[in-house]
Design a protein around this ligand. Sequence first.
Ligand SMILES: *Cc1c(COP(=O)(O)O)cnc(C)c1O
Length: 353
Amino acid sequence: MKKHNFSAGPSILPQEVLKKASEAVIDFNGLGLSLIEISHRSKDFIAVMDKAQALVKELLELPEGYSVLFVQGGASTEFLMAPYNLLPEGGKAAYVDTGAWSKKAITEAQRFGETVVVASSKDKGYNYIPKGYDVPADADYIHFTSNNTIFGTQLKDFPGGDVLKVVDMSSDIFSRKLDFSQFDVVYAGAQKNMGPSGTTLVIVKDAIFGKSGRNVPAMLDYAVHAKAGSMFNTPPVFPVYVSMLTLEWLKEKGGVEAIEKLNNEKAELLYNEIDNNPAFVGFAAKEDRSNMNVTFTLADESQKEKFDAIAAAAGISGINGHRSVGGYRASIYNAMPIESVQVLVNAMQELNK
Ligand SMILES: *Cc1c(COP(=O)(O)O)cnc(C)c1O
């Protein structure tokens, strides 16, 4: 039986994407060769890279003056690439601490210089998004985590005025319409909403190249990857190809605006059940709820065995909460059909019967 995959990452991809990707592993473009055994400098693969980059620009409506990179090392490498490229010696970086991923980004920035945490929601176990804080005007940049995959909270605004904005968008990129002209660096590991793990999408405003004035190693330099069209070294050909397929799928679905509508319907369906079913309690503050990762717990922990059995029988997979939060987390990324969310809602209702 095909399961309903609520995994937080690596996570669900569209069935048609998985099918096309598996075919390309055997015979790509009718070449009689696998996608993963041809040169990344062949015209067939260059077309994949070009198309993937063009689709990112089109789907996110990026203005002129931004480069789209596909690099390796995961979002975790971006935690250090951002300060390496943006924070000069003696400079100051500002961070908003909204959970475990923000904390890791902060830890890396501290290796490069003064790092100010301008706001944190740690006091309440990261169940909300801090608001109404000041961003020091002399900061070299401010860093946000747009969606907190573990805690199920999501930013609606990115304050900071003229200060450069860096955003970890790993778990909600392509899920909602945003004005990207306000951002200077956006990064996202592919494995939450775009493709397999192994590549990281980085969107970078060309104006920031060289900003830190540091002697940045080539592999960690945004400008080097941009100039080489993400072919400075061998790119992760399979993750880039699958990402391209997912972006084609998204375009066929009507793009970001259409998927946002669907994502909101899915989230509303599930949050409604959490709010109306006395057996469950939502984790995140209502106004800060994520439409990608829905976190909740049982009102009565002794019902865990029963609910887990109901969920398993319904073919529900991957709803266990992160080890640091407990409870449940249903990740309802772009590729998750609303029918699967309904299956989960039915299972939650079944618990009361
Ligand atoms: C998963 C995740 C990361 C870590 O990504 P890796 O690709 O494993 O390094 C960072 N930030 C957020 C918000 C995430 O969800």
